[in-house]
Design a protein around this ligand. Sequence first.
Ligand code: SOE
Length: 384
Amino acid sequence: MKTINVALIGYKFMGRAHSNAYRQAAAFFDLPAKPVLKVLVGRDQAAAQQVADQFGWEEVATDWRQVVERCDVDLIDIASPGKTHRDIALAAAQCGKHILCEKPLANTLEEAKAMWYAAEEANVVNMVNFNYRRTPAVALAKQMIEAGEIGEIRQWRSAYLQDWIIDPAFPLVWRLQSAISGSGALGDIGAHSLDLARYLVGEIEAVTSLTKTFITERPLATATTGLSATGGSTRGPVTVDDAAIWLAKFAGGAIGTFEATRMAPGRRNYNHFEISGSKGSLGFNFERMNELEFYRHDDPAGRQGWRTIQATEPSHPYVSAWWPAGHGLGYEHTFTHAVADLCKAIAEGGKASPDFADGAKTQAVLEAILRSAKSGAWEKTSMA
Ligand code: SOE
């Protein structure tokens, strides 16, 4: 069997999710090429080594620049914070490596475009990891929309709600610093909603928005693991939004409302959307990720109502690779699906999706939202 040697940069929350995906993909999916966990890269050698041992990486390295040049590496996976994405991707493309990059693609549109052009010029397979597209229920929604089951789409409404920074004593982790993450709830979770909206409805032409930082100062972080952290007594400014709300006009004529917040008590990872079409509606919430809600307007009068499709049948996207009907999947499976699709694209010389062009288009909407939050006006999405 052909192999794809992977170098993964980043070993914390996303690093572990990606590591698990590389371990699982070939065991569950019939892949034309199998990912090999070649080298895990992290600045803290001991911490990276611990994760490498847990997940079975062959080696650990501390300098990504040396790793991207290695001729025994085929795929560079960027699972480090946003501010590192551009430089790593550009170097990887220059060395002819395929690239998987965590979302959002970059911290600015300019960076995202540079990554897109570099990958295209180098003719390497490139993918941005908007993993929620690969939830079976979401992929099923896509199939149903394409089959015309809800008719012409008129409205999108989404709310991506979390509460992990609700405590003012929660430290100033990198996701709360614009120099490292670009933006706050907007880029971290709002970008997922934008990707789903682009995937299911189409391009967004214009937006008007509101952003808010409720807690403007926090203790500096002394240690972080995944989304938890401990803080010291010194404090620093929060330079990103805690919440963002926006309206959108889609190129195809639909209109949308979006909310992304980390200030919604009780909502841990509530990634929700509802789509209203001329013939019916679809609804999804990641906290019940195995279910897709569906309403058909042409059901007989007196028998109409929302139905819940358990998206766990072998006929549903990705499901036949896993367990018998009704047994359900989890968060980690969305990463495994991304890796499986990426390995197929690499082995077959195809294109991955969403690619860096998609990532840059989402970035253009993120920038329009930030512009509108400042100007108070409608802002057009522009790739310029
Ligand atoms: C934190 O908000 C986070 O881990 C995001 O960074 C991920 O992209 C999202 O899937 C879950 O929440």
